[in-house]
Design a binder for this molecule. Structure first.
Ligand SMILES: *[C@@H]1O[C@H](CO)[C@@H](O)[C@H](O)[C@H]1NC(C)=O
Ligand SMILES: *[C@@H]1O[C@H](CO)[C@@H](O)[C@H](O)[C@H]1NC(C)=O
Length: 747
C-alpha cells in the first residue's frame, strides 16, 4: 500500500530468470556471429563449384540471424498480470460502467446460428449488473435464421440466466456446460437442470426446423414483427439496414422468470449494396460502435468472434480492474485476452493452439507497452476506439448513466438509429481512418491497435490460468494454411503501408514493442530463406557440394551450438507452455509448412499487388464446422489434405525433393567425402523425417483426407524437374561467371 492509501486493483510481476535467459541469448548471438564469419571467410572462389549456392545460404543465414534478434524482443522482458476483483467490488460495485458486447458473424453456413447464440448466451450471463450490459449481434449475412435464433435465445435467456445465477454455472455457454456435465455422470441432477436442458433441446429443434425450408416460413414469421424487415431483402449483399432491439434493458418490465433485470439484446444487419464496399469485419464493428452509442453507449466495449464463448463469467470484472485502477488505469486503452480454443487435441497436429504466442510472446509484448489488438476477446474504452488521444494526467471518468427515461419509444429509437448503419453514412467522415477500426487491410485489428498505441496509450495482456474465451480451432491442414496466409499477408501489408511499425510508430511506441510488431509483420518474408534452406542444401548434397563445416574443424562448434541450443530452448519453451513432446514435433512440421506455403503465397501476392498486378491466391473464411469423418481424423491427429490446393503442391514438391535427394545419397553414402557432410545429411534426413505424414498422405493412405491426386501428380512432376532445373541454373551461372572473368581479362 502506498502512503497515500492507494491500493491497486491489479499487480504486475516480472518473469523469473530473465538474467539467465539474457545470458543464454547473448551466447547464441555469439554463435550466430561465428556462423556469419565462417560464411564470409569461406566463400568459394569465383568459378568454383557452389559459389552462388554458398552466397544464397549466407543470405538466408543473415536473415535468420536478424529474425532471431527480432524475436528476442518478445522474450527479453516478459511480465505477468494479476487482478483483485474483490477490491473492485468493494470500491466500485455501485459505480460500474456500462459494457457493450459486440458479437460478429458473417455466414450462417460456416458459423451455424446455434454456435452464435451459445456465444451470445454466455456473454449475456456475465456476472455483472444486467442493466449495464448490452449485447449486440452483427450479422453480415443478414440471415433471418440468425435473427430467429437470437429471438429464441432472448427467450431462453429468461430461464438460463437465473439458472446460472442459482447454481453458479460455469461455463455459461449452454452447449459447453451441458457437454461438461455429461462427462461427469451425476445421478441426482436437480430438477431445474432437467427443465433447462429440455428448454434448450426444444429451442435447438425449432431453430433446426426453421433452417430446413431455406426461406422464411409462414410458421415463424408471426413470431416477431422484426421479420417484416426481410420483405425488402434481395440477397446477402443487397438489403436495407435491419435493426431490432429484442430485449430493452432500460425497460423495467424486461425481466427473467425470477423477476430480475435482463441485459439489452440487439440484432443488427447493416445495409449492404453491391456498389458499396463493406470493409468486412472492420465495417461491421464501426457500424456497431455507432449504433450502440445511440442505444446503450457503454463506456467499455468488448468484442468477440461468434465462435468464442465466454468460459469465465467474471472476465468483465477482470478487465475493469485494469481500466478502473486509479493510478495506472487512465493510460490503458484496451485489455486483450488470449485467443484460446476448445477443439484442441493432445498433440495438436496443426499446432493450432498458438501456445507459445499466448504463453510467452504476448507477455513479452506486454512488458514493452502492451500486446497487439487481435480482433477478438478484447475490451476497449469506447472513446479511444473512436480516436481520442492520450493526455497525461487525465483521470478516469466513468460516468454512471442515470437511468433517465427515454423520450422515444423503442420503435422510434430503432428507426432513428438505422441511418448510422447505412452504406453512405461513412462517406466524407473519419470513420475507417481516424475513427473506429481502420479500413483497407485484412488484419484491420492489428493496425487499429497499433494506431491506438501510437497515440500514447498502453494496452494490457491478461492471460489467466482459467481461460476467459474459448473458440473453435481449425481442424484441417488446408484451413490452417489459409488462415495463416491471411494473417501473414495482412501483417506484411502493414509493414509496407504508411502505418508500418518500422517507421510510422517510430518514437511513438517503445523500441521493444516496435521490434515485437515487426516479428509478426515479417512472418511472410521468412518464406524465401526457409524454402531455400529446405531445398538447396539437399540438392547440393546430391551434387557433392559441401556447404557446412566438417566435424573435425572448430567452425563446426558454432553451428552445433546454435542448432542444439535454439532447438532445446524451443522444446523447453513449448513444454513450459503446456505442450507435449510430440506436439512440439508437430509444431516444427507446421512451422515448416507455413513458411513454405502460407507465407510464400502471402509474400508473392503482396509483392505482386504492390507492383500493380492483381494477385489473390484465394481468401476463404475458415469453416467452423467439419464433416464427420474429417472430424474423426482430426481427433486421431491424422493430417487432413482433402481438397486440392497449390499450397499442398508446394509442400509435397519440397518434401519429395528431399526424399529424392536422400534416396540418391544412400547410393553414394560410403564414399568418404560424403561422410564429411554431416550437417547437410542431418538436415536432409530431418526434413524427410518431419515430412513423414506428408509421404503417407501421398503414397500410403486410402481415405478421403489423403493428398488429392492432382496435387500429388503435379508435385511428383515438379520434384523430378527441380534437379534438372538446378543443373540449368548452374550452367547459366557458370556461363555468367566465366563471362565476368572474361570481361575482367579484356583490358
Ligand atoms: C469440438 O470438439 C468436440 C470434441 O472434442 C466435438 O464434440 C465438437 O463437435 C467439435 N466442434 C467442432 C465445431 O468441430
Ligand atoms: C473453462 O472453465 C472451466 C470451469 O468452468 C474450467 O474447468 C476449464 O479449465 C476452463 N477451460 C480452460 C481451457 O481454461
Amino acid at each position: 500500500m502506498g502512503n497515500d492509501g492507494y491500493v491497486p486493483l491489479f499487480e504486475t510481476k516480472k518473469a523469473k530468470g530473465i538474467a539467465l535467459y539474457r545470458l543464454f541469448a547473448a551466447s547464441v548471438f555469439v554463435g550466430i556471429c561465428f556462423i556469419w564469419a565462417y560464411r564470409v571467410s569461406h566463400i568459394p572462389r569465383n568459378g568454383e563449384d557452389g559459389r552462388w549456392v554458398w552466397i544464397g545460404l549466407f543470405a538466408a543465414e543473415v536473415w535468420f540471424g536478424f529474425y532471431w534478434l527480432l524475436t528476442q524482443a518478445l522474450r527479453w522482458n516478459p511480465i505477468y498480470r494479476h487482478t483483485f476483483k474483490d477490491r473492485l467490488s468493494r470500491r466500485y460495485e455501485n459505480k460500474l460502467p456500462g459494457v457493450d458486447i459486440f458479437v460478429c458473424t458473417a455466414d450462417p453456413l460456416i458459423e451455424p446460428p446455434m454456435m452464435v447464440i451459445n456465444t451470445v448466451l454466455s456473454v449475456m450471463a456475465y456476472d455483472y449488473p444486467k442493466e449495464k450490459l448490452s449485447v449486440y449481434l452483427s450479422d453480415d449475412a443478414g440471415s433471418y435464421l440468425t435473427f430467429y435464433a437470437l429471438l429464441e435465445a432472448s427467450e431462453f435467456a429468461k430461464h438460463w440466466i437465473p439458472f446460472c445465477k442459482k447454481f453458479n454455472v460455469e461455463p455459461r455457454s449452454p452447449a459447453a456446460y451441458f457437454k461438461s456435465i455429461s462427462d461427469s455422470h451425476d445421478s441426482n441432477e436437480p430438477k431445474e437442470l432437467a427443465t433447462v436442458k429440455k428448454l434448450y433441446k426444444d429451442m435447438e429443434n425449432r431453430i433446426g426446423a426453421a433452417a430446413k425450408p431455406g426461406c422464411l416460413s409462414e410458421e415463424i414469421r408471426p413470431k416477431h414483427k422484426g421479420f417484416s424487415q426481410w420483405d425488402s431483402y434481395v440477397s446477402q449483399r443487397d438489403h436495407d439496414t435491419m435493426l431490432q432491439i429484442l430485449i430493452d434493458g432500460k425497460d423495467p418490465i424486461a425481466t427473467d422468470v425470477e423477476g430480475c433485470r435482463l441485459p439489452t439484446v440487439v440484432y443488427l444487419a447493416r445495409e449492404k449494396r453491391p456498389q458499396h464496399f463493406h470493409n468486412f469485419k472492420a465495417g461491421a464493428m464501426n457500424a456497431l460502435i455507432r449504433i450502440s452509442s445511440k442505444i446503450s453507449n457503454g463506456q467499455i466495449i468488448l468484442n468477440v468472434d461468434c465462435d468464442m464463448y465466454s468460459n469465465n463469467s467474471h472476465s468483465v470484472r477482470d478487465a475493469l480492474c485494469f481500466f478502473m485502477d486509479e493510478k495506472k488505469g487512465p493510460e490503458i486503452a484496451y485489455v486483450q485476452f488470449p485467443q484460446n480454443f476448445d477443439n484442441i487435441t493432445k498433440n495438436e497436429v496443426y499446432s493450432n493452439s498458438m501456445r507459445v504466442i499466448n504463453e510467452v510472446e504476448f507477455h513479452g509484448l506486454d512488458g514493452y507497452g502492451g500486446p497487439l489488438y487481435i480482433g477478438t476477446g478484447c475490451f476497449h474504452r469506447r472513446d479511444t476506439l473512436c480516436g481520442r488521444k492520450f493526455s497525461q494526467g487525465s483521470k478516469n471518468e466513468f460516468k454512471i448513466e442515470k437511468n433517465a427515461e427515454r423520450e422515444e419509444t423503442i420503435h422510434e429509437l430503432e428507426e432513428n438509429s438505422k441511418d448510422l448503419a447505412n452504406c453512405t453514412y461513412e462517406e466524407n467522415t473519419d470513420w475507417g481512418k481516424e475513427m473506429g477500426l481502420k479500413y483497407g487491410c485484412p488484419v484491420e485489428d492489428v493496425i487499429t491497435g497499433l494506431s491506438i498505441q501510437s497515440r500514447g496509450w498502453k494496452s494490457v495482456y491478461y492471460n489467466p490460468a482459467r481461460k476467459a474465451f474459448l473458440g473453435v480451432a481449425t481442424t484441417t491442414l488446408g484451413q490452417t494454411l489459409v488462415q495463416h496466409k491471411r494473417w501473414s499477408e495482412g501483417d506484411f501489408q502493414i509493414l509496407l503501408s504508411k502505418y508500418s511499425p518500422a517507421w510510422y510508430a517510430k518514437g511513438k511506441i517503445s523500441l521493444g514493442l516496435q521490434l515485437g510488431y515487426c516479428c509478426y509483420c515479417f512472418w511472410a518474408s521468412n518464406s524465401l530463406p526457409v524454402l531455400y534452406y529446405s531445398i538447396v542444401p539437399s540438392l547440393s548434397l546430391l551434387r557433392g557440394i559441401s556447404l557446412f563445416p566438417q566435424l573435425s574443424t572448430p567452425w563446426f562448434i558454432p553451428f552445433a551450438y546454435v542448432i542444439f541450443s535454439t532447438y532445446t530452448y524451443s522444446l523447453a519453451e513449448f513444454l513450459w507452455s503446456g505442450g507435449t513432446v510430440l506436439g512440439w514435433w508437430n509444431d516444427q512440421r507446421i512451422w515448416l509448412y507455413k513458411r513454405t506455403s502460407s507465407y510464400l503465397f502471402a509474400f508473392t501476392d503482396t509483392i505482386a499487388n504492390s507492383l500493380g498486378f492483381s494477385a489473390d491466391s484465394g481468401f476463404v473464411i475458415t469453416a467452423k464446422v467439419s464433416e464427420h469423418d474429417v472430424h474423426n481424423r482430426y481427433l486421431k491427429e491424422i493430417l487432413e489434405f482433402g481438397a486440392s490446393s497449390p499450397m499442398f503442391t508446394m509442400l509435397a514438391t519440397s518434401g519429395l525433393v528431399n526424399l529424392l535427394c536422400l534416396a540418391g545419397l544412400l547410393k553414394k553414402v560410403f564414399i568418404a567425402e560424403y561422410q564429411m557432410m554431416v550437417l547437410q545429411i542431418l538436415l536432409c534426413s530431418l526434413l524427410v523425417l518431419i515430412n513423414w505424414p506428408l509421404y503417407q498422405g501421398l503414397f500410403l493412405r486410402k481415405d478421403n483426407g489423403k493428398m488429392p491426386s492432382s496435387s500429388a501428380i503435379k508435385s511428383i512432376v515438379f520434384a523430378l524437374l527441380v534437379p534438372a532445373l538446378c543443373s540449368c541454373i548452374n550452367f547459366v551461372l557458370y556461363f555468367f561467371s566465366d563471362f565476368v572473368l572474361l570481361c575482367n581479362l579484356i583490358p
